[in-house]
Design a protein around this ligand. Structure first.
Ligand SMILES: Nc1ncnc2c1ncn2[C@@H]1O[C@H](COP(=O)(O)OP(=O)(O)OP(=O)(O)O)[C@@H](O)[C@H]1O
Length: 700
């Protein structure tokens, strides 16, 4: 996308007004507008004015909707885990019950065990005492033991009872402590607000239980540690840091400094954030780690887009929620354009953000490449159809593949080759170099300039743009002998280099981008590059320039299904971006070219046909053109008398001798032929065609 900047020489109306105010009314100094809120620290978030417009609110609503849907899906997924809210509430209730029960139960149990033990001891002592036949001393001793055991048992029983009482009392206190707030809130809410209040109180109680049970039995809390955008999670600071750490862009103890919060884009189609890399980490490292980053976010590589900011440490990250450019292309704007002014920037397609990509082709040239079927011809059509709708633009088209892509342009093309014939391309290049460039140079000189501009075109109809398309140069190279190839290369280089300032826009397209497809010397001067899907990173680099693939701009990453999508670079230095070209199907191309033909007919800029060129070649040419017109459709020969009569009737009285000189015949052709029962001298149509070709190099 081209960004228009105001040249320093352009007057700034606001500045002019202020300065004018000073000069014209010195007493009245211009009053600076007071802004209501002054943000001296610059820490108020920047809110673009458009957010408060209708579109702004609409887009916010859309973002809100997307967030809600994704949040609900995520919540549903969470319910199936032990972090689900039902599990949390269950855990909370269990924990509360356990708390109310308390730990006194263990003391009661211990006291009970003690009672049982002492009772067993007492029984044993009693049994020993009750035995008969025992000396009195021994009996006395056992009686004392029995009485001691009884006292122990009574004491243990008393302790047990006391422990039971204590436990019951404490449980009651805790039970009251737990239930009173619940009952109180519930009762008060029901009393004050009725059923809705009761429901709200119940929700609050459940939320409290969920809070109590939020930790699992293993003590884990719910975290987004493994959250992924691909799983419907939101992009968070933690997530971005984790992903860049896992992708080894930053070290485990480094953090990214976020310059903006993680937000959904206005159309709700992607998450975006701008951040700064830690000191010493080059942006290239982040740009080259797309696969690891995509993995971390749980999305495909095609969904991750990083661009370098103005500074080396700044990255703009965008993660699309869906595969971009997977929907049907929208209607191309040229279908509704009356006509186009190619001196002005034209639309080539849309970028990831859905913004129009506008390019000025004046003084520019381009190279489009990509594997067969990737959409090069459709992309070239974005320029060619716009050029066609500007009736002043001359078109020179050559297709080395001898395909049908440029056939519909034939009626409006000044010269074309749809046969992949190197001699025809050589003719086109030779004509452009000998005639077009020469005329243009003379015109520029007449206007006292080194280049042709729109301002000159506005006052001089002879000043116009021209487009030269060479599709599949390598096929021409392969078909030509060495001498022709060298000559083609020399002329193409001269036309691209010198034609640029003289209004000639050159465009090369290639299926197999390598040094054969477009000679390196020429490739380097083609400034607009569009790399459609390529089979290797090297092929992508051949179009965009060395090192782009490793910096994350690799056309191999484009999917086969993403037809018409390519990495677009609007001039050297411009940041490459993914763009889908506007697409016109065959019927739409025919409709646009039909309109282009009418426009050119009206403007009188249709190229001369072969008969027109023949007529323009002088008196003999005019006679031959008239002669050619005498042959009705399907008739291959005419008697000499009919020919001379026809010519005389058309204002060209020609004797038989002169005719014989104008249209030389072979001995075979001079032989008399039987026409309507008598033998007469004839002129075959093939002889006329041969004469025109030999003399004027025009094929009829
Ligand atoms: N911008 C686009 N949007 C949608 N579909 C497109 C787009 N561009 C191309 N296509 C689809 O891709 C197909 C192939 O496109 P195109 O003929 O332009 O490819 P190509 O690269 O020129 O192929 P080749 O090198 O064989 O000529 C088209 O028929 C069309 O269906």
């Amino acid at each position: 996308m081209s960004i228009e900047t105001t040249p320093s020489s352009t007057p700034d109306p606001e500045w002019e007004r202020i300065v004018g105010g000073y000069l014209n009314a010195p007493g009245e100094a211009p009053v600076e507008k007071q802004t209501t809120s002054v943000d001296l620290m610059g820490d108020t978030p920047l809110t673009p004015a458009w957010t408060k417009t209708r579109t702004g609110w609409k887009s916010r609503a859309e973002v809100g909707r997307v967030n809600t849907v994704r949040g609900f899906r995520k919540w549903l997924r969470r319910q199936a885990t032990e972090h689900g809210h039902a599990s949390q509430i269950g855990r909370g209730i269990r924990r509360t019950v356990l708390w109310v029960q308390g730990t006194e139960g263990a003391q009661v149990l211990a006291a009970r065990y003690e009672v049982q033990q002492t009772q067993r001891d007492y029984k044993a002592a009693k049994w020993a005492h009750d035995r008969r036949l025992m000396p009195g001393k021994e009996k006395e001793k056992r009686r004392r033991e029995m009485e001691g055991a009884f006292a122990d048992s009574a004491s243990a029983m008393s302790k047990y009872r006391s422990a039971q009482r204590d436990a019951r009392m404490r449980r009651a206190v805790r039970g009251v402590a737990a239930l009173t707030p619940i009952a109180g809130v519930e009762g008060a809410s029901l009393q004050l607000l009725g059923t809705p209040g009761g429901l709200a109180a119940t929700a609050a109680t459940l939320a409290t239980f969920a809070l109590i049970g939020r930790r699992t039995t293993a003590g884990e809390l719910y975290t987004d540690r493994d959250a992924k955008i691909g799983d419907g999670d939101r992009m968070t600071d933690d997530m971005v840091n984790r992903v860049y750490r896992d992708a080894r862009v930053i070290a485990a103890d480094d953090t990214l400094r976020l310059s903006t919060p993680c937000t959904l884009t206005a159309d709700g189609k992607a998450w975006q954030v701008v951040f700064q890399l830690p000191s010493g980490t080059p942006a290239k490292k982040a740009l080259g780690a797309r696969e690891g980053i995509a993995n971390g976010f749980g999305v495909s590589v095609q969904q991750v887009h990083q661009t370098r900011g103005d500074r080396e440490d700044t990255i703009h990250l965008r993660v699309s929620l869906k595969l971009p450019f997977s929907t049907k292309p929208t209607r191309g704007p040229l279908l509704d354009a009356e006509r186009v002014n190619l001196w002005q920037p034209i639309r080539m397609g849309v970028n990831l953000r859905g913004e129009e990509v506008i390019t000025s082709w004046v003084e520019r040239s381009g190279l489009f490449g990509g594997e067969p079927g990737s959409g090069k011809s459709a992309a070239a059509n974005d320029l060619l159809l716009a050029a066609a709708l500007d009736p002043t633009v001359r078109m020179y088209l050559a297709d080395g593949k001898a395909g049908a892509d440029i056939t519909p342009f034939e009626p409006i093309a000044t010269m074309y080759d749809t046969d992949g014939d190197p001699d025809k391309l050589l003719d086109i290049l030779q004509y452009m170099w000998d005639v077009e460039i020469k005329e243009r140079r003379a015109l520029a000189k007449e206007h006292g300039s080194r280049k042709l501009t729109e301002a000159m075109a506005a006052v001089d109809p002879r000043v116009c743009l021209a487009v030269l398309l060479v599709d599949e140069w390598s096929s021409y190279g392969a078909a030509a002998d060495q001498k022709t190839r060298q000559e083609m290369e020399r002329l193409l280089r001269l036309i691209v280099q010198q034609g640029r300032a003289l209004g000639i826009i050159s465009l090369a397209a290639t299926q197999k981008p390598d040094s054969d497809s477009v000679p390196t010397g020429i490739r380097d001067i083609l400034s607009i590059r569009w790399a459609m899907r390529c089979l290797t990173p090297q092929a992508s680099d051949t179009i965009l320039g060395q090192g782009y693939a490793s910096a994350g701009h690799n056309a191999q990453d484009i999917l086969k299904s993403q037809r018409g999508v390519g990495i677009y670079m609007d001039g050297e230095g411009a940041e490459p971006e993914l763009v889908r070209g506007d697409y016109y199907d065959d019927d739409e191309v025919a409709a646009i070219l039909g309109r282009a033909y009418s426009l050119r007919q009206e403007a009188g800029t249709l190229p001369l046909g072969p008969l027109d060129r023949l007529r323009a070649a002088g008196e003999d040419g005019e006679i031959l053109a008239t002669l050619f017109g005498l042959y009705p459709e399907g008739v291959e020969m005419l008697p000499t008398a009919r020919v001379t009569e026809g010519l005389a009737a058309a204002g060209h009285p020609v004797t038989a001798d002169r005719l014989a000189v104008l249209v030389p015949r072979t001995d075979e052709e001079k032989r008399r032929q039987e026409v309507s029962g008598s033998k007469v001298s004839v002129y075959p149509l093939t002889a006329v065609r041969r004469a025109v070709l030999d003399r004027y190099d025009i094929g009829l």
